[in-house]
Design a binder for this molecule. Structure first.
Ligand SMILES: CSC[C@H]1O[C@H](OP(=O)(O)O)[C@H](O)[C@@H]1O
Length: 344
């Protein structure tokens, strides 16, 4: 199942808000449709929204009527700003649009049509590189997965969050492909249920045994010794190894530490923000109250109740056993190990 596909100047996005019940694609012919799809999590997951924003920038650029390179670049920068503003936490979004803007500025091409074609090629590269990156993370990460492993996941860091195999779920797939017997406990992941709706669905598609639990069951499950390791994805990792990921990840990490369960994070190097020294600087997206006060469209909380709805939390590096990247496995101290994996 493809998260997205570029076809003849149109970006088709798998609408993840409809899964697992319906498989529907949104046909995007302009960048604002992509912006809306990212905001409402029709496309979601750090690498996937990075790739979607890249294609969104190509879509927006295609409709720019500019006579000169300078006019074109100014218009594309405005579109990039709109896309980058859709969700603040996942660094891949801004990384993708910044990468394309840099490519445009560093090329000496003057013809606007050629610049438009360059944006599409760069978006394709970002998408294809993510697929390759998933495979590398799987190769590195599967070494950390013992045979007969019961693995707890949180949210969805699978094929649906990326261009192909997933980050955390990519490691699980790779361990299975290497002949290891694996099973998954999937946190449902309130409030948007990415675990119940997406991870459970992906694992069933793969015939990987999966058991769905509510988020508040994770601690008891670990206390019974039923979890061998935890693997989660990430939306932004800072230079010292602090990790922003779906809300609830921090609690799982604390519980894993309490029960001596290895806690792994799988993320490509494009998710690491070396410009931020620690997790306290990561912008945390806050979302609409209705995601908390309503369940499946039905109001479950009284009118007038106050709501706080951060979409992510920050897990401090001290709770993380290893960070599995597409360039290798980083172990503490992350300030040094991540820097070593960084390309010059
Ligand atoms: C492979 S990154 C997946 C990452 O993104 C998810 O957030 P959202 O569903 O809001 O886009 C979650 O934090 C996952 O771990």
């Amino acid at each position: 199942m493809e998260t997205m596909r570029w076809a003849d100047g149109c970006l088709e996005i798998l609408d993840q808000t409809k899964l697992p019940g319906k498989v529907e694609y949104i046909n995007c012919t302009e960048h604002r449709t992509v912006c809306e799809a990212i905001k409402r999590l029709s496309v979601r997951g750090a690498p996937a929204i990075g790739a979607a924003a890249a294609y969104g920038l190509a879509l927006g650029a295609a409709s720019v009527n500019a006579g000169t390179r300078k006019e074109f670049l100014t218009a594309v920068e405005d579109i990039a700003a709109e896309l980058a503003a859709t969700r603040p936490t996942a660094v891949n979004l801004k990384w993708a649009v910044d990468r394309i803007l840099a490519k445009l500025k560093n090329c000496d091409c003057q013809a606007v049509n050629e610049l438009k074609a360059l944006l599409v090629r760069e978006a394709d590269d970002i998408y294809n590189e993510d697929l390759a990156s998933n495979k590398k993370m799987g190769e590195f990460g599967r070494e950390l997965v013992p045979d007969n492993a019961a693995i707890l996941t949180h949210c969805n860091a699978g094929a649906l969050a990326t261009a192909g195999l997933g980050t955390a779920l990519g490691v699980i797939r790779a361990a299975r492909d290497a002949g290891k017997k694996v099973s998954v406990y999937a946190d449902e992941t309130r409030p948007l249920l990415q675990g119940a709706r997406l991870t459970a669905w992906e694992m069933l598609q793969e015939n990987i045994p999966v058991t769905l639990i509510s988020d508040n069951m994770a601690g008891y499950l670990m206390s019974l010794g039923k979890v061998n390791l935890v693997i989660v994805g990430a939306d932004r990792i800072t230079a010292n190894g602090d990790v922003a990921n779906k809300i609830g990840t921090y609690g799982v990490a604390v519980l894993a530490k309490e029960h001596n369960v290895p806690f792994y994070v799988a993320a490509p190097m494009s998710t690491i923000d070396f410009n931020l020294a620690s997790g306290k600087d990561i912008p945390i997206e806050e979302r609409a109250a209705g995601e908390i006060t309503h369940f499946a469209g039905i109001r479950v909380a009284p009118e007038g109740v106050g709501v706080w709805n951060p979409a992510f939390d920050v897990t401090p590096a001290r709770l993380i056993s290893a960070i599995i990247t597409d360039r290798g496995v980083a172990k503490p101290p992350y300030g040094q190990s991540l820097a070593k994996l960084r390309l010059p």
